[in-house]
Write a protein that binds this ligand. Sequence first.
Ligand code: PHE
Length: 447
Amino acid sequence: MSVQRNINEQKKDRFSSTGFIMAAIGSSVGLGNMWKFPYITGENGGAAFFLLFIICLVVIGLPVLLAELAIGRSGRGSAATAFVRVGGKPGWKGLGILQVIAPFMILSFYIIVAGWTLHYAVTAFSGNLFSDTDFAGQFSHFVSGYMPIFWQFVALLITGGVVILGISGGIEKFNKILIPSLVVLLIVLMIRAVTLPGAEAGVSFFLNPDFSQLTAESALVALGHAFFSLSLGMGILLTYGSYVRKEQSLGSATLAIGAGDLIYAFIAGLIIFPTTFSFGIAPDQGPSLVFIALPAAFSAMPWGAFFGGLFFILLAIAALTSAVSLLEVPVSYTMERFGWSRRRSVWILILLLFLLGVPSSLSLGMVPELTFGGKAFFDWVDFITSNIMLPIGGLAITIFAGYFWKGAAEASGLRAGWFRVWLFMLRYIAPILVFLVLLHTSGIIQF
Ligand code: PHE
């Protein structure tokens, strides 16, 4: 197939308007909302942190989100070429390439955690998860073995299967079914959680702010998470933006996506905190919270296997809709760059992702040599992408859109007043704060 034909094919395949919003919410709602948000909120004192997160999301996250969508739609290509086309200078190419490498690397370990959720969903429904109540032991035994590689493979196949079907026939359909189902499942679990005995303590931890708990560090964590949660700084919204029709209002899409992300995080908090508090489990246990503390809580609950299974299915859905968006970035790039068909791009990339993911998974126990400098290979990939590449990508986008993009006003579609506010945020506020996040996450400044 010729390069030109592939490009033409790609051009015709567009999102419908609600399909696009569902897909973008699907990308933003992921393990970040369901797994990371609750534990960082737990570690940073609860409600006050939640409030800070909302502020960061609205004030910094949304302007950057809109910038990415607008650049993507104007560039009408992969994330790698969007900046060059829109900025008119080949020098922007490096920024574009960073936006393709980062999601590829993120996906290599994100898919592993997605695989864990599949395993947990299956074992929760079958009851096996609850047959042994040493949940910490079970988790470390599972994670450090070979089984996660099987589940990583399954998760990759599902993700690839969706992306192969294209934008309107694959990614849009998948999200249009799963995102509304997710909200229904979440509400069922939320009702279960808030009606547990002693749930009020969890609700109040999550919703009654105690500002004395806040530190400068929590502010940076909140901002970093707003970025991660909206899937910013890694080419996703640039890529999705390139499939958006020109009639669609990007301003209202941005608000809808931000609201969607927040609502899912809010409901996730109302599931996790009441559940953990009700069973006397501390909410600040870090990443293992959902895999260790929650199974313990579900096991002590009537119908625990059912609710536990439901919870992990939900986590799996959230993870897979994000994984799909991560995969589309390099797929779109390789189709454009090498003239590959969508099918070929997907197969080659999932093979490479599998190969890159295996050492990550093995580094969690099987192969101790894969731990160096005090961090497992898995944590290195996470650290380099989330803490370094993501903030650099975000920073570069604010600077590009704020200072170098002549067509910004028209491409954003904003009215003059809002456009000025947006530009102000992109020029003066976002870059400084994102730069501080970068210094913090890379370890250059510490508190
Ligand atoms: N936004 C997703 C979440 O909240 C995570 C994600 C990050 C997805 C980066 C894609 C890219 O889990």
